[in-house]
Design a protein around this ligand. Structure first.
Ligand code: ARG
Length: 471
């Protein structure tokens, strides 16, 4: 295979080296960005009188033809041509003749690949933002549909205080809201245009970088050419955003796995979202949740891999940087799949409200409320804690719960108890009483849902703006 850079070489490339250095097997994903970037570059070259406008027209039509060929499956990517950039440029010259060779004026593959990847990340961010917003919507719907369901709240996976199931779901909703905030940060740094940095130092031609930025809907242009070609921060930020998002989905997965077990029986996952066992006929396994939990590991791995690749690199471009792409693409695919499948799964879950409530009828999740009752009668909290602790021990010995005690039994622990204590520690009272801002009472959960809807609609407006600025 004759190389675009073959002039300096007397020997042809070792076939193993060709295979090892080639990135076309994965960077062919960037074809659309590569072609759009080249079209903008060609327009700019003509506008700045670096090439003639009829030459630019030939180049642009040639590039459009190549895009049609690729999309029709009529383009063979060659390993010998290393990457997407040289595969397209070589074909361009084959199609339109030597004028195709003018396209690479005032440009290097170093700024070209950076441009393509920036554009690709922007495009994928919009899709991921849409999927994220849809999952948030699915969580809101689940919370609203089950707004009266009470469940045990946990710390240390030991029952702690009763909460609304909706409140528990909303905790995930607000995590995802923060994820969206991080996505906006990634967008800002992806939205900087690197082309025109050349190989590393800029170019001798009178180019117009801001024109290219405008053509391709970039909000900013890199200020430093060395930084432009060697910056992978926006990919690392994307991977960090993705890692934290996956961590959230993984925590939710862990809960779904526990909750759908025979031990908990808090939820039932739809048959469509579970799989069976090849040997045990009774099994219905929460594979989706397990895989999301498992795939979180590879998303972290991709982040660690690129952080490690980047840490020792001298400025500016080094071939090591080609290692950014497989992890990036894999992270994008994993996050998109996980978000879509979770939204679907969530919309199909059945919530077993009577089971959740029943568990609370046989435990001491109302103990804090009993202590709070005494505090409201004037007892210092520490002493109230002690009184209730003793009552709990007594009940455990007697094989009963706090509400099984008679008023006389309550009074043996403190004279401050009166008849209204039983009402003060029903499960429903415990939930309704936690009416502090952000708490679990129905009133607070309603308010939180309202705030959530506002956040969600702000996200949709941000996505509308982003959509106007992608390919
Ligand atoms: N395929 C390369 C990459 O992904 C493109 C840039 C190559 N530049 C170079 N000087 N070898 O990083």
């Amino acid at each position: 295979m004759s190389k675009l850079w073959g002039g300096r070489f007397a020997k042809s490339t070792d076939i193993m080296v060709e295979e090892f250095t080639s990135s076309i097997s994965f960077d062919n994903r960037l074809y659309k960005e590569d072609i759009a970037g080249s079209i903008a570059h060609a327009k700019m070259l003509a506008k700045c009188d670096i090439i003639a406008s009829d030459e630019a027209e030939l180049i642009i039509n040639g590039l459009k033809g190549i895009q049609t060929d690729i999309e029709a499956g009529n383009f063979t990517f060659e390993i010998g041509l290393e990457d997407i950039h040289m595969n397209i440029e070589k074909r361009l010259t084959e199609r339109i003749g030597p004028v195709g060779g003018k396209l690479h004026t005032a440009r290097s593959r170093n700024d070209q690949v950076a441009l393509d990847t920036h554009m690709y990340v922007k495009r994928e961010l919009v899709k991921i933002g849409e999927l994220l917003a849809d999952l948030e919507q699915a969580i809101l719907e689940t919370a609203q549909k089950n707004k009266d369901v009470i469940m045990p709240g946990y710390t240390h996976l030991q029952r702690a205080q009763p909460i609304l199931f909706a409140h528990h779901m909303l905790a995930y909703f607000f995590m995802l809201i923060r994820d969206f905030g991080r996505l906006k940060g990634v967008w800002e740094r992806a939205d900087i245009m690197p082309l025109g940095a050349g190989a590393l130092a800029g170019t001798t031609f009178p180019i117009d970088r801001h024109f290219v930025a405008q053509e391709l809907n970039f909000g900013a242009v890199y200020d430093n050419s060395l930084d432009a070609v060697s910056d992978r921060d926006y990919i690392l930020e994307f991977m960090s955003f993705a890692s934290i998002l996956m961590m959230h989905l993984s925590r939710l997965s862990e809960e779904f796995i526990l909750w759908s077990s025979a031990e908990f029986q808090f939820i039932e996952l739809d048959d469509a979202h579970c799989t069976g066992s090849s040997i045990m006929p009774q099994k219905k396994n929460p594979d989706v949740s397990e895989l999301v939990r498992g795939k979180t590991g590879r998303v972290y791995g991709n982040l660690m891999a690129l952080l490690t690749v980047a840490k020792g690199l001298p400025l500016a471009y080094n071939k090591d940087l080609q290692e950014d792409k497989e992890g990036l693409f894999d992270t994008i695919d994993t996050v998109k799949f996980s978000l879509s499948i979770y939204a679907a799964m969530l919309r199909g879950i059945k919530v077993n409200s009577s089971r959740m409530l029943n568990t609370l009828r046989h435990d001491f999740s109302n103990a804090t409320d009993m202590a709070d009752y005494l505090v409201k009668q004037g007892l210092p909290f520490r002493q109230a804690h002690e009184v209730v602790g003793k009552s709990v021990r007594y009940c455990i010995e007697q094989g009963k719960t706090l509400t099984d005690m008679s008023i006389d039994e309550f009074k043996t622990f403190s004279p401050l108890f009166s008849d209204d204590i039983l009402e003060a520690i029903t499960i429903e009272t415990c939930v309704a009483a936690r009416n502090s801002y952000g708490g679990t009472s129905s009133e607070q959960v309603e308010l939180a849902i309202g705030r959530g809807k506002t956040e969600l609609s702000n996200q949709h407006s941000a996505l509308d703006t982003y959509r106007k600025n992608i390919l």
